[in-house]
Design a protein around this ligand. Structure first.
Ligand code: SF4
Length: 350
């Protein structure tokens, strides 16, 4: 099969606006969580200005993993991420870069040799099992009047099985998935992926685009957001125990890097999961129904609050606004997403 190399620069992603029937997988998940939250995020277009540590790590790890798949070596990736972290001010946290470097070094240690034997990234002859068709593959497609959009971390072609692979990188803390669940392929974490909104929408695009069966390749890194430099045991001088000192940043980074390079305690897990067409289509029908109902809700501006979700994932970002303690307008904690901003001050919303 002749596959065209993908150029992410050529693709524009349609932004989610509920009343226009344009949705991403995150918008669908937000609607399922709480209509009022989805309305604020995907109809009015609000987002929190400050990013969580997990989100910052995820953004940079994705960039590193994209460079990795495109054949860049470990030092090139680390140099690029260090620059990106400095430009974005993410390095204000002195542990941010030591942790990021440890995750990347462990990733190369775990996957580089294996991937070199199985993945061709276009720099070499296509003779391996998987051909990398593209990274950050942007798409839009329409189904029953709803426009879906997204960006797939990587798309590969499986030459042996003649099918397409959606590769998704996830950088998850132990709070999101325990090591036990990560290692157990029968755990709810892995089993529930066939119902996942992102997996369903992205694999529907691949099935429509390439007219071939689709597999999901889920690539998980378990991060360590709570890990900090440890206290070292104090020495005994003249039979008197001295207080211990805290690890230096270099010692901390070395210890964490060794942990991430230690293959006996896996921090990196991948699973290839075939996507069954009838199950995917069944879930896609449900997603279409969720999107259509949300379109009507947003058009009429009558979202309903789901108060059982307020405490999820560390608490809803809009809680103080939702209960009336804060106003979202002129609030420095919130800003409108770029595509929701007016082009000029004289432009009036209708
Ligand atoms: S605070 Fe609760 S009810 Fe309000 S938007 Fe958030 S999840 Fe919905």
């Amino acid at each position: 099969m002749e596959l065209t190399r993908h150029n992410p620069e050529e693709q524009e992603v349609t932004r989610s606006v509920l009343s226009q029937g344009c949705v991403s997988a995150s918008a669908i998940t937000s609607i399922e969580t709480c209509e009022a939250k989805a309305y604020l995020e995907y109809e009015e277009g609000w987002e929190k200005v400050s990013k969580s540590g997990g989100l910052k790590t995820g953004l940079l790890m994705h960039d590193g993993q994209e460079m990795y798949l495109n054949g860049h070596n470990e030092s090139a990736v680390i140099n690029s991420l260090e620059q990106e972290a400095k430009d974005s001010g993410y390095d204000e946290d002195e542990l941010f870069l030591p942790k990021l470097r440890a995750y990347i070094k462990g990733y190369y240690e775990r996957w580089e040799t294996e991937d070199a034997e199985t993945i061709s990234n276009g720099a070499t002859e296509f003779s391996n099992k998987y051909d990398l068709e593209g990274t950050e593959v942007a798409f839009n497609f329409e189904l029953d009047g709803i426009t879906f959009s997204g960006r797939i971390d990587a798309v590969l072609y499986d030459r042996e099985d003649d099918c397409m692979i959606m590769m998704e990188h996830k950088n998850l803390s132990p709070l999101s998935v325990s090591s036990k669940d990560l290692e157990d392929s029968t755990s709810l974490f892995w089993k529930s992926l066939v119902l996942n909104n992102q997996v369903t929408i992205y694999t529907t695009f691949l099935a429509m685009q390439y007219k071939r069966p689709v597999k999901l390749w889920y690539d998980v890194v378990q991060t360590s957001p709570a890990t900090k430099p440890k206290m070292k045991p104090g020495k005994t001088v003249n039979k008197v125990k001295q207080p211990g000192e805290r690890e230096t940043l270099d010692e901390f980074e070395e210890r964490l890097t060794n942990q991430y390079r230690d293959q006996d305690k896996p921090k990196y897990m991948r699973k290839m999961i075939p996507i069954l067409e009838d199950k995917r289509k069944e879930r896609m029908q449900e997603i279409l129904s969720i999107a259509s109902k949300a379109q009507g809700m947003a058009y009429l501006a009558n979202p309903i609050r789901n108060t059982t979700s307020c405490k999820d994932y560390g608490g809803c970002a809009f809680f103080s606004v939702c209960i009336g303690d804060e106003n979202i307008y002129d609030n420095p904690k919130f800003d409108k997403k770029k595509h929701f901003k007016k082009e000029n001050e004289n432009e009036h919303p209708f």
